[in-house]
Design a protein around this ligand. Sequence first.
Ligand code: SF4
Length: 464
Amino acid sequence: MSALKVLPTVPGTQPIISKKPAVDPSTLAYKDLLRGPFWQRIPAYASVTEEQFLDHNWQAKNSITSPAKLLAAVQELVPAAFIQDAELGFKHSPMSVRVSPYMLSLIDWENPYEDPLRIQFIPMGSKLKADHPKLDLDSLHEQADAPVPGLTHRYQDKALFLALDTCPVYCRFCTRSYAVGVDTEEVEKVSLKVSSERWARAFEYIASRPELEDIVISGGDAYQLRAQQIEEIGDALLAIPNVRRMRFATKGPAVMPQKLLTDHAWTDALTRVVEKGRKLHKEVVLHTHFNHPKEITGITEDAMNKLMERGITVRNQSVLQRGVNDSPETMTMLVKRMGHLNIHAYYVYVHDLVKGVEDLRTSVDTAIFIEKHVRGSTAGINTPTFVVDAPGGGGKRDVHSFEYYDRETGISVYMAPSVKAGQYFLYFDPLHQLSKAVQRRWADPAEHDLMTNAAIAKAKERIR
Ligand code: SF4
């Protein structure tokens, strides 16, 4: 039977026949946002009021940084074996661990091993996998492309300014684990602390390069900058004639949206920089980092509405992660939910080659598969581009644009003619998704050059 519907019309006009069948309400679930005191499910937060939970200082002060603090928060929700497993995970993690109470409250503690938020922030010893042999700690070569410490100039007209090295939470998958957070048992970090002298050198370099129009202010995380520092950086960059666009990069809205609602000094400082930029005809926006639809709640909606009212554009960059968002359903839900709150889905990154998180990586093939399903589910302006950030400093390449992809050895070969002409950049799929025979080849260092040279030779053949 046809589900076509006759819509009511203005008297005297022809009835309108809807050609689309009535929508299945479940497809609109992206609009259903969690509200109410959901945090009170956590034993340590059972009597925490809404006012406290919305206080960004309370969130920062009560963040989880050790297995002991984790146990103190979740108490009987998890068995002792889980905490022991987490202790092992903390011990071997290249990243510091910090989880906000907001994130902790959104984890499904009845099934924490499978929970997409737990997977991103709390390392478990039992889940660790050996790193890919081609991995190095700064796989994107950000330091090699830095003319002054903490300023990466790779693309012709854009630079990445790492203003500081701390974040409101620490993500297991962080590309910048070489610098972000405190030293761990596994990694001694490069220092990128707040320093007026270092910042001045970065601004001086930017002013000396007329081709630089676009500056990303990251870290670490711009959420950790004091209000006065947001303005100091904003004013300094806006005063440079060649700078036309700036993006403050922060994971904050995804992990602690409360700050946008209750740290008035910070949000007002950002607003002032955005407004000043607008008067100078320069764009200042916020770039954030949602990875899973569960990270978006009613609190996020209130925070995003506040930015919308102030005319602040928000764009998102996600990281594709195994067990987190590596399905068409989850990624589509994320993209639609962000669109609903006026957050533009800008990029989805294939997971960088990062130490200690091989369990999180997916393949180029997975990214292509998911992209095919996401495209068409919403308007193009809200459809993310799926990219590989080419190891070795090739920059972001559309995932489909490989010159050659050997799905058997898991090697994809990219070129970046506008970034580093003539060079080949290789991405490596995670070992555990390859056949046992190929895994054995990767276990033998003598085979590495054979496999990579073969992939590059095939790429050259196709380019000719
Ligand atoms: S917030 Fe960003 S910089 Fe900080 S740990 Fe997470 S991914 Fe890394």
